[in-house]
Write a protein that binds this ligand. Structure first.
Ligand code: PMP
Length: 292
């Protein structure tokens, strides 16, 4: 996605540590624990018709993500929900994206963080779809990441939406992009299918929905929403460990995420999938739900 206007040079406002400040003034010092040591967690939320979808779930996850990194946010879930609504309104966002972020500050430049202060900011902007209409119609082109794995849950705080975990996704996504793919499917440290660089992954096998157990990657809010929508339609949902060999047994595949919504997968390397009835039905159900 091309983005001609850099994110540090825009008009508007950002909620920053309890205050609304002009966009260009929402800055931090280069000596910052979040930047140097990855003490940073964030959220990605979507605004539909002026309202943040599943706001409370996202804010609760931000709190949990911080706790998993050993810090507590200095604002309650309720306060951050209100702050989000305030900045979305101030920015006049009708359909857009919200990025809350929390990090350890500049008090200490060492691993130990006994005196670190926690900072929180919430930015939002008008945003088009993450994948193009063509990707949504024909299905996205994926490749299997062969080198990088989702780490074991005792080697990284894998349940946290921690900025540090995205270094793996960024290397992987850049490689996939350079190879002409829109996304990469990642396996975990055991070799099971995990997720893509920024979305959860589903297969349709014989009319049933199969998705990996989120025991070492993010259990997405969209993932849980889509599983609920499927169950409402009477579609059986199976959470289990899935191997790469099983990809060839699936008729349909799709990705879910706040940004991706429900995006069909057209191919994974040489394997092709149809944008079939289950994916289409869940895309429609999801679109209806967010429009409510
Ligand atoms: N996995 C990763 C690595 C992600 O970045 C995201 C997007 N937040 C997801 C899964 C999907 O999560 P959600 O549905 O909560 O947006």
């Amino acid at each position: 996605m091309s983005n001609p206007v850099p994110f540090d040079d825009r008009d508007g406002y950002i909620w920053f540590d309890g205050k609304i400040v002009p966009w260009r003034e929402a800055t931090i010092h280069v000596l910052n624990h979040g930047l140097h040591y990855g003490s940073c967690v964030f959220e990605g939320e979507r605004v539909y018709h002026g309202k943040v979808f599943k706001l409370n779930e996202h804010t609760e996850r931000l709190h949990r993500s911080a706790n998993l990194l050993g810090f507590a946010l200095p604002f309650s879930v309720e306060a951050l929900n209100r702050a989000t609504e305030e900045i979305v309104q101030k920015q006049n966002i009708v359909d857009g994206y919200v990025r809350p972020v929390a990090w350890r500050g500049s008090e200490q430049m060492a691993i130990l963080t006994t005196h670190s202060r926690i900072h929180v900011a919430i930015a939002c902007w008008t945003w088009p779809a993450y994948y193009t209409d063509e990707a949504k119609r024909k299905g996205a082109k994926l490749t299997i990441e062969k080198h990088w794995k989702r780490p074991a849950p005792d080697t990284a705080p894998t349940a946290s939406k921690a900025a540090g975990l995205y270094m793996i996704g960024t290397i992987t996504k850049n490689q996939a992009h350079a190879g002409g793919f829109q996304e990469a499917l990642m396996t975990d440290w055991r070799g099971y299918i995990a997720e893509t660089t920024s979305s959860n992954f589903f297969l349709v096998i014989g009319g049933e929905l199969h998705t990996p157990i989120p025991d070492c990657f993010l259990d997405g809010i969209t993932r849980r929403t889509v599983m609920e929508l499927a169950r409402k339609r009477g579609i059986k949902v199976v959470e289990r460990h899935i191997t790469l060999d099983e990809l060839s047994t699936a008729q349909e595949a799709f990705m879910t995420g706040t940004a991706a919504e429900v995006t069909p997968v057209g191919s994974i390397d040489a394997l092709t999938f149809t944008v079939g009835p289950v994916t289409t039905a869940l895309m429609d159900d999801y679109a209806k739900l967010v429009a409510e």
